[in-house]
Design a protein around this ligand. Structure first.
Ligand code: AHR
Length: 848
């Protein structure tokens, strides 16, 4: 195992005397680590949580084209719900959609005026926008008849801001308007100026006008009232803030886009995620439906329970990447729909269009003006190529069926575009399902608890460097510990510890991104039947936006990404005494098994031998929720009810012992668990035949959650065969033998709440130290900088902390947990610094 190689950065305390007994952080500037990818930190932008439609995309009208009444593509109405062939619910009916009405629009009728609003499924402005709305005004005097749109959980209007309204209308029966448009609050009071649309005639015609916000409201609605009797048809009713991010037409909401830009992402992975795979082949992401004039883009039902307008299509994604200065990473559908939604496969003999979508996306992004798809990009307004260099074939796909499809697409792509870097998502599939490695970058996704992320600080220390570098495309704490929005300080700091491990192993990890990025506070979506809803890193309502504590941690990391890490040793004097201490135990997971000849030796003396022939005195069976059946049979201690069961023996103070025993599986799908170092719910175990009897693994189990120790080994446990098991503990070293063969040899790091890693920022000639103190107490450390000259005595310090680790930001308190910056003097080659409780500290000091 590598030595602990943290970079502790000490916040400046003008005190040169080292503290005895304190943690020491030694940075060796003469020992650089691998180069860190300048594009290490990026974003994953998916249409989930109304992150794009209803969020980043500045369109304010929901169901602008009246296509929301279309049935979800590829689903059929079965047992009261729109389901796929295998019964998976599309979510359509649960989320306000209906084929019999006009979702998100309502009839406005007041006083004596009377009218009716109806859906028409033919006759709209284009084939793609064939649905439209018909408004019949029967009596127009003495009141108001019209239609109202509720927007995406309310329409956000800001006082003084101008909004561009565009709509198509036609009429009969002599109706020529006017139509009156305005924004209103929930009590019906105006939130904007009024605009009149005149001259509606028998043919479809586009009308444009503007509204100016007269008050700020995030839950306004849009009302379009008719001023005369007659019938009017409406289609593609669209309202945009005049000012969008970088003033792009069909643009993005400035405040949200700016929050993203502030992250300075090195790349953008888009458009998904599950959005790419979707629930049915018909709804799988097809970029060709997302380009060209808006009115000619085909909307599609999405896997996150709403219809995608495709307003942000391939062109807009690429333009956004360019505006951000980020590399686009396009993810495409690989012929297998989402594995969490009853996966469907495109038959191999019909995979042509799936492959061509990959080939053609490169031509669209990079092709010349005289190529078929390049011409379309030029027509949209971008003559220069977008220089797409990264393509990911599929997302979270699985199995040999995926492998076959992956290779079919990859081989065609590689032959035509050898310069592209190909990404394969191996989060849910074994690499060998794809055959020979044919990817340049391996994508892996991690959603887990704070404890998991902290315990995986060393995850990549021993990654085989001959394998493809990793892209950790979806990373986030998702457990309840992260608070209702997720991403609280606790989550942020744990993610930070994991990211330090990534920077430290920059030759194994080349890219990382948080997921999901965006969430409307009222629009968080779920995988049907699998609550809780998804979270975001950037939340918003109609008018406000905030980043979670995780947002600020990732932003701080991106802003302080060095060119290389520097060897950083964190040493706590108490660590020398760390040893694994506690009882022994035996158990099963999904088996029945028996155990005998259990012996514990320490310093050459036997301190326990089982005498199962006579009794099981001292053994305590049963952990929380276990239903094992333990009894002595024929001289062995037998567990004869299949399932999770354990039995423990010994003293909680036992250390440095060697445990030997024999074990035999009687029946079941796995093998044995052999415990040691057990104190209540904290224990270590050797899992023999875990994961469906495929592997041996050492794990640390704390309160029922398991963290791996070192790599797993392939292996199984045969039924009916006695195995000789030996576990030798030498302080914190664990050696595990099966039938005399050494399987694991691991040194367990002492538990720590303090992590640090230094690096060099070559552009600024600075040493950058990032340190995370998870403890609820401040931590004073001695800091040493070796191998550097001309260390300036001044340093800049950035600290992200708060009163409680459950603190987070919110719409009302958007800046509760944000970094603060100070500068201090007193830095030298040796100094002390107090790191605040539960904090990230970044120190930057000039040095050669
Ligand atoms: O980030 C949310 C979802 O999580 C993504 O769509 C998918 O890739 C993963 O399962």
């Amino acid at each position: 195992m590598k030595p602990k190689f943290n970079f502790a950065l000490v916040a400046l305390v003008a005190c040169a005397n080292f503290l005895h007994g304190a943690t020491t952080v030694t940075i060796d500037a003469a020992k650089p680590g691998p180069e860190i990818n300048p594009r290490l930190y990026g974003i994953f932008l998916e249409e989930i949580n109304h992150g794009v439609d209803g969020g980043l995309y500045a369109e304010l009208i929901r169901n602008r084209a009246f296509e929301d009444s279309r049935p979800p593509e590829g689903y059929a109405f079965r047992n009261g719900r729109w389901r796929d062939e295998r019964g998976f619910d599309s979510g359509y009916s649960r989320y306000g959609y209906t084929t019999n009405g006009i979702p998100f629009w309502s009839l406005v009728q007041s006083g004596d005026a009377k009218g009716e609003m109806n859906l028409e499924t033919t006759g709209g402005i284009t084939e793609e926008s064939a649905y439209c709305l018909r408004l019949n005004v029967e009596i127009s005097n003495g009141g108001r008849v019209g239609i109202a749109n509720e927007g995406f959980f309310g329409i956000g209007v800001k006082q003084g801001e101008t909004y561009t309204l565009s709509l198509y209308a036609r009429s009969v029966d002599g109706f020529d308007g006017p139509l009156t448009a305005r924004l209103e609050d929930t009590s019906g009071n105006a939130c904007s100026s009024e605009a009149e649309i005149k001259g509606v005639g028998r043919e479809w015609k586009q009308f444009k006008t503007t509204l100016t916000g007269s008050k700020t409201d995030s839950k306004a609605r849009f009302v379009l009232a008719a001023g005369a009797k007659g019938t009017v048809w409406l289609d593609f009713v669209s309202l945009f803030p005049k000012q969008t991010w970088k003033d792009r037409a069909n643009g993005l909401r400035s405040d949200i886009a700016q929050m993203i830009a502030d992250l300075k992402p090195g790349f953008v992975r888009f458009p998904g995620g599950c959005v790419v795979e979707a629930g049915t082949v018909e709804t799988a992401y097809n970029w060709k439906l997302t380009v060209g004039p808006l009115e000619k883009r085909s909307e599609r039902w999405g896997p996150w329970n709403y219809r995608r307008t495709q307003g942000v299509g391939l062109y807009e994604y690429l333009q956004f990447c360019e505006d951000l200065g980020a590399e686009p990473l396009y993810v495409g559908f690989a012929g297998q729909t989402c594995i969490f939604r009853q996966p469907e496969l495109v038959p191999m003999d019909q995979m042509g269009w799936v492959r061509d979508n990959f080939l053609d996306v490169v031509e669209y992004a990079n092709g010349s003006a005289d190529s078929k798809w390049g011409a379309l990009r030029v027509e949209a307004g971008h003559r220069a190529p977008f220089n797409l260099k990264y393509a990911e074939i599929g997302n979270e796909n699985q199995g040999r069926e995926f492998g076959e499809r992956y290779r079919f697409i990859h081989d065609a792509m590689k032959a035509k575009y050898p310069e592209i870097k190909y990404f394969a998502d191996l989060s849910w599939t074994r690499a060998d399902a794809l055959g020979e490695p044919t990817w340049d970058i391996e994508d892996q996704h991690y959603y887990n608890s704070p404890a998991w992320f902290v315990s995986h600080y060393n995850e990549y220390d021993r990654r085989n460097r001959s394998l493809a570098p990793l892209y950790l495309g979806e990373v986030a704490v998702t457990s309840g510990d992260a608070g209702p929005y997720r991403g609280n300080l606790n989550a942020a700091l744990s993610e930070g510890v994991f990211l330090l491990g990534c920077e430290r192993n920059a030759d194994a990890v080349s890219m990382v991104s948080y997921a999901p990025l965006l969430a409307h506070v009222d629009g968080r979506t779920e995988l049907i039947n699998a609550p809780p809803p998804w979270h975001g890193m950037i939340y918003f309502d109609g008018t406000r936006v905030f980043g979670t504590a995780s947002y600020y941690l990732w932003k701080t990391f991106a802003e302080n990404r060095p060119n290389r890490s520097l060897q950083t040793l964190v040493e706590n004097p108490d660590d020398k005494n760390f040893a694994i201490v506690g009882q022994i135990g035996i158990g099963t997971w999904d088996t029945t098994a028996e155990f005998k000849d259990v012996r514990v030796e320490k310093n050459g003396e036997t301190i326990y031998t089982s005498g199962f022939g006579q009794s099981t005195n001292g053994w305590q069976s049963g952990g929380r929720g276990e239903r094992g059946q333990w009894e002595v049979q024929e001289g062995a201690y037998r567990q004869s009810r299949a399932g999770r069961a354990s039995s423990y023996y010994g003293d909680e103070s036992w250390s440095d012992y060697t445990l030997t025993l024999k074990a035999r599986k009687i029946s079941g799908g796995e093998g044995f668990l052999i415990m040691f170092g057990r104190k209540g719910r904290d224990m270590y175990w050797w899992n023999l035949g875990g994961w469906g009897n495929s592997r041996y693994a050492l794990e640390h189990s704390v309160n029922g959650a398991q963290m791996p120790i070192g790599p797993q080994a392939e292996g199984r446990i045969e039924t009916g065969r006695w195995y000789d098991i030996k576990i030798a503990l030498n302080k914190n070293r664990i050696q595990c033998y099966l039938d005399g063969k050494l399987i694991h040899d691991e040194v367990v790091q002492p538990p720590t709440e303090f992590f640090a890693l230094a690096g060099r920022d070559e552009t600024k000639s600075e040493i950058v130290l990032k340190a995370i103190n998870l403890s609820a107490q401040p931590m004073t450390a001695n800091l040493k900088i070796l191998g550097a000259k001309d260390i300036s005595s001044e340093e800049k310090i950035t600290v992200l902390t708060s009163v409680s680790s459950s603190d987070n930001n919110s719409l009302d308190q958007p800046k509760r947990v944000v970094p603060t910056e100070t500068s201090e003097s007193g830095v030298a080659s040796e100094f002390t610094h107090e790191f605040p409780a539960r904090s990230l500290t970044v120190m930057r000091v000039k040095a050669k």
